[in-house]
Design a protein. Structure first.
Length: 156
């Protein structure tokens, strides 16, 4: 599935970065670029910490349910899946852009549709349980909102 591949989001990320580059001053653009980078890295690494701590098998690695699920992907990633980094990152980016830049365009609300599709795709291909995706989504929304609010307090 194209949408579930991490690289499939690169064109969207590049477009979003280009969009804010055109709308913001150079200093503001750099501030937001750094914040977005930190947001994605922090969200991704926190997901890895949770996976190592909770050690909850991905559906595709859980032998007790392997015969009950459909596995779409040939390889299913790491052993553990709680919580979904794809869901967390996509919702973090959607929330951050929505709250930080809605003054420029109301279209940022559509990023939540993209985040929902990315998140659902993780369940569809059998690499996450619904709870992994739900927790990741909520975590991403909270972090995206926190980073957006924090961006207002950072003066350049």
């Amino acid at each position: 599935m194209f949408i579930t591949n991490k690289k499939s989001s690169i064109p969207l990320y590049l477009f979003l970065i280009y969009y804010i580059y055109k709308k913001l001053s150079h200093a503001e653009f750099l501030k937001y670029l750094v914040l977005i980078s930190i947001l994605i890295v922090f969200t991704d690494q926190t997901s890895n910490l949770f996976k190592d701590y909770f050690e909850r098998f991905r559906p595709c690695h859980d032998e007790t349910i392997n015969d009950q699920i459909r596995i779409v992907k040939a390889s299913c990633g790491g052993l553990y899946g709680f919580f979904s980094a794809h869901a967390a990152n996509s919702f973090a980016v959607a929330t951050f852009f929505y709250f930080s830049f809605k003054r420029f365009s109301s279209n940022f609300k559509y990023l939540f549709l993209w985040a929902t599709i990315v998140s659902y795709s993780r369940i569809y291909i059998g690499v996450h349980f619904p709870a992994d995706v739900l927790f990741g989504s909520f975590f991403g929304i909270l972090l995206g909102y926190f980073f957006s609010i924090s961006s207002l307090k950072i003066k350049i």
